[in-house]
Design a protein around this ligand. Structure first.
Ligand SMILES: C[S@@+](CC[C@H](N)C(=O)[O-])C[C@H]1O[C@@H](n2cnc3c(N)ncnc32)[C@H](O)[C@@H]1O
Length: 215
């Protein structure tokens, strides 16, 4: 075993995510821009239209939702990968958007209980190592009555597509921690959040969710 292989075998899931996304950062905008056109178009606008007040975006990546948020929203973002975060900071500066963007782990949010009116997470619970822990943290930092807004790709309702997604993730889970059949809705319900709006699109492979933390 080479020293790199040994180091990777001992890596924590979070360290692996950081390594994978630091490496992907320079090409991320180009790649995701293509999928935005053909797969989850309108999803970012859907999230941003529902975001209000003090907004926390978890795993903000390169900040692709930043142009969509209402001007009066106070946006905070956390992100594990410093390279992704650097692009988000540049995007915020280019937009003239005053956002508080910090390095952090979705599974251990560095904020007090009930600090935000809205929590947003896009295309990231598919890759966050322990999604139930992250959702628990999202609930903790929301005010009672606050909104959780999610957009993600999930397993299809059409069996042949689901089977292809399952096969693909046998590779991507090992190489990048990326899941294609993981679904967030049951985790949201198990966390005690009230689901008030869902939309499933593209052969059931895309899901948008609005949930509320009970008052
Ligand atoms: C597919 S990208 C999505 C980025 C962005 N949300 C978007 O909509 O374009 C997944 C992001 O999740 C981040 N991530 C993965 N695990 C994380 C964790 N535990 N805490 C914070 N961010 C994490 C990655 O670094 C990466 O930027």
């Amino acid at each position: 075993m080479t020293s790199t292989a040994k180091a990777r075998a001992c890596e924590t899931p979070a360290a692996r995510q950081k390594r994978v996304w630091d490496k992907s950062a320079p090409s991320y905008d180009k790649q995701i821009g293509f999928f935005e056109k053909i797969w989850f178009g309108g999803g970012r606008e859907w999230l941003a239209e529902r975001a209000q007040g003090r907004v926390l975006e978890v795993a903000i990546g390169t900040g692709r939702n930043l142009p969509c948020y209402p001007e009066d929203a106070a946006v905070t973002g956390i992100e594990l990968s410093p390279a992704m975060l650097a692009i988000a900071r540049q995007r915020a500066a280019d937009l003239g958007r005053d956002a508080d963007l910090r390095e952090g782990d979705a599974e251990h949010l560095p904020f007090a209980d009930a600090s935000f009116d809205t929590v947003v997470c896009a295309l990231s619970l598919c890759t966050i190592p322990h999604p139930a822990a992250a959702i628990g943290e999202m609930k903790r930092v929301l005010v009672p009555g606050g909104r959780l807004l999610l957009l993600d790709h999930i397993g299809s309702t059409w069996p042949p597509i689901y089977a292809a997604q399952w096969l693909l993730e046998q590779i991507t889970i090992r190489t990048a921690g990326e899941h294609f059949t993981r679904r967030q809705l049951p985790l949201i319900q198990a966390a005690g959040l009230q689901v008030v709006e869902t939309l499933r699109l593209k052969a059931g492979t895309i899901e948008r969710i609005r949930a509320v933390k009970p008052a």
